[in-house]
Every structure is written in structure tokens, then in C-alpha cells.
Write a protein that binds this ligand. Structure first.
Ligand SMILES: Cc1cc2nc3c(=O)[nH]c(=O)nc-3n(C[C@H](O)[C@H](O)[C@H](O)COP(=O)(O)OP(=O)(O)OC[C@H]3O[C@@H](n4cnc5c(N)ncnc54)[C@H](O)[C@@H]3O)c2cc1C
Length: 280
């Protein structure tokens, strides 16, 4: 068995999936899919092809037991257009290969991200890293959007004025804001893509990068649907407990209503985790 062809993935190659107001993700290429994970895993025991059900079961077993190396045999290459502030977060994931448009070589396009009115919110009261869940009133949100757009116009105007004066592109660009869009090719294997997705689909991640992560997962489902199903079940849908939380959980299962281990904030986080089924 050699080259893996996944017709569902072939059908979306090169198609732009929009993200935010002007961004997109495009699947440029893929290497392998569910079948490759199975082939790679079976090399361990030299076993031949099994039924579809057994293959899906094997993938589920591998993912559940963090037998991760077969997932590294699948590679995906994406073309992404994203605001620089999202790129700053994205690039922290070091287990990928990327090539970005050069602002030294090319004149940057007049493309800036402006949040939709419903995404304009005040600083959150209880989350130092995030925004309030409530959007501003529409008129107030429009004012903020106008202020952001005004700053972008000013800065792009200054940029083009410097370019027109013959100033080097590598210098002319240095005052451009984080809302400017950039583009890159990003290649990553499936194991590390799942790690990226687990972190960036989480509610603690900034909404803008979360939206990119959602599209990445949708595209990846075309390439490796069984792997994604197991990832959703065991990683995204799973909840982990600290030792204290686990003792608390066992006590409650044994009928103890009063908290014996957790106090204060730790108890609140535990209750919230149990209620929402999400990490807190
Ligand atoms: C919600 C959220 C908030 C964040 N806030 C901040 C912040 O305020 N400030 C900030 O600086 N960052 C922040 N980050 C970035 C975060 O600290 C990680 O850098 C980022 O999520 C990448 O994770 P990673 O290192 O596991 O991924 P990858 O770089 O893809 O690495 C995957 C795994 O490979 C191993 N690895 C890779 N490279 C090395 C290496 N050189 N040495 C040792 N092991 C390695 C590690 O085990 C790592 O977990 C935030 C991330 C999230 C999701």
C-alpha cells in the first residue's frame, strides 16, 4: 500500500475558506490520512489490512492511549491569510514549518482586520487576558470600529507616502499595526496540529485565533475523519482532574455531599468543570 488518496480532501484542495473579515485558510496539500495512520501503526506488529471498523477502532485506541507517532505520519499544508496579532499567537507553535510573505520584498496590501460590531467588548472583569462576553451597544461599537479604521487609514497612508519617497520597504513598514493581514504557508503533522487545536479551540484562546482553529479542524476532518472524531471525543471532549479534584470526585460518587478537599476558588473551579464538562 503506498500513496493515500482521500477524495473528500482532494475535493477541497485550493478552496478558500473565509475567516474573519478578510482572512482565509486554503488546504494546499496533504500527505496521508486515516489510512496512513493505520498503515504506520500496523508496521509495529507487521499485521495486514483489517476491516474499516477495526481500523477506526485502532485509531481510537492510539489516540486514547497517546500513542502519537502514527499521527505524525500525516502532514497538511495550509495557505493562511491572518492578521499579524493572530500570527503572533500562532507562531508560538514551534512544531510546524512556515514561510511568510516578506514585507522587505513586497509592498504590503491595504488589508486590515476590523472586528465585527458584535465582537467589540470591554475588558473582562474576571479574565485579565480576555474581553467581556457582552458586546458594546451597536452605536458605541461603530464608534470604536471607526476609530480603529481611522488609525489603519492613517498608518497605511504614512506607509505609502514613505514608499513613494523611495524609502526601503523594510523600513517603511515598521509603523504598520498588528491588525494588518499577512499570509503564510504553514505545514504541520497531524499530531502537532491536534496539539495546536486543543490549545486554540479552548475558550481561553482569543476569539480570532479560535475561529481559525475551527476552520482548520473542519478542513482536517476531510483529510482524516476518523482521527478527528477520536480527537474530538478524547481530547476536546475529555476533562482532566488534578489529584485533589479526583479525590473530591470520588468522595462525591461515594455519597459525601460536603466538600472535604477543595475550598474557595478551587472548589468553584471544580463545580464549574463538573457543570460545563470543560477544563477551567
Ligand atoms: C490561551 C493561551 C494563552 C497564552 N498566553 C501566553 C502569554 O501570555 N505569553 C506567552 O509568551 N505565551 C502565551 N501562550 C503561548 C503558550 O505559552 C505556548 O507557547 C503555545 O501555546 C505553544 O505551545 P507549545 O509550546 O506546547 O507548542 P509547540 O511549540 O508546538 O510545541 C509542542 C510541544 O513540543 C515540545 N517542544 C517544542 N519546542 C520545544 C523546545 N524548544 N524545548 C522543549 N520542548 C519543546 C513541548 O513539549 C511542547 O508542548 C498562550 C497560549 C494559549 C493557548
Amino acid at each position: 500500500m503506498a500513496h493515500c488518496v482521500v477524495p473528500e480532501a482532494d475535493a477541497i484542495l485550493d478552496r478558500e475558506f473565509p475567516v474573519l473579515d478578510k482572512g482565509f485558510i486554503r488546504l494546499v496539500d496533504y500527505l496521508g490520512g486515516d489510512e496512513r495512520v493505520v498503515q504506520a501503526a500496523r508496521v509495529s506488529y507487521g499485521a495486514g489490512t483489517k476491516s474499516y471498523r477495526e481500523d477506526a477502532g485502532l485509531i481510537d485506541y492510539l489516540l486514547r492511549h497517546q500513542h502519537t507517532s502514527p499521527f505524525e505520519q500525516v502532514t497538511l499544508t495550509f495557505h493562511v491569510k491572518l492578521p499579524i496579532f493572530v500570527a503572533r499567537q500562532w507562531v508560538r507553535h514551534r512544531t510546524a514549518r512556515l514561510n511568510e510573505i516578506s514585507g522587505r520584498y513586497s509592498v504590503m496590501k491595504d488589508d486590515f482586520y476590523v472586528p465585527a460590531p458584535e465582537d467589540v467588548a470591554l475588558q473582562s472583569d474576571d479574565n485579565k487576558q480576555g474581553r467581556s462576553a457582552d458586546a458594546l451597544e451597536p452605536a458605541a461599537a461603530e464608534k470604536i470600529r471607526a476609530a480603529l479604521t481611522g488609525g489603519q487609514r492613517q498608518s497605511y497612508g504614512d506607509y505609502t507616502a514613505l514608499i513613494d519617497q523611495g524609502i526601503a520597504r523594510e523600513l517603511a513598514r515598521i509603523n504598520l499595526p498588528l491588525s494588518l493581514y499577512t499570509e503564510w504557508y504553514w505545514q504541520i503533522d497531524l499530531h502537532n496540529l491536534f496539539h495546536f487545536l486543543a490549545l486554540r479551540l479552548d475558550e481561553h484562546a482569543q476569539k480570532e485565533i479560535r475561529l481559525y482553529a475551527e476552520v482548520l479542524l473542519d478542513i482536517t476532518k476531510k483529510v482524516a475523519p476518523w482521527c478527528c472524531e477520536s480527537f474530538e471525543r478524547h481530547t476536546l471532549g475529555g476533562v482532566s482532574f488534578s489529584e485533589d479534584e479526583f479525590i473530591e470526585l470520588k468522595n462525591r460518587l461515594n455519597g459525601s455531599a460536603e466538600s472535604s478537599v477543595l475550598k474557595g476558588k478551587a472548589l468553584e473551579r471544580f463545580e464549574e468543570k463538573i457543570k460545563s464538562g470543560k477544563q477551567k
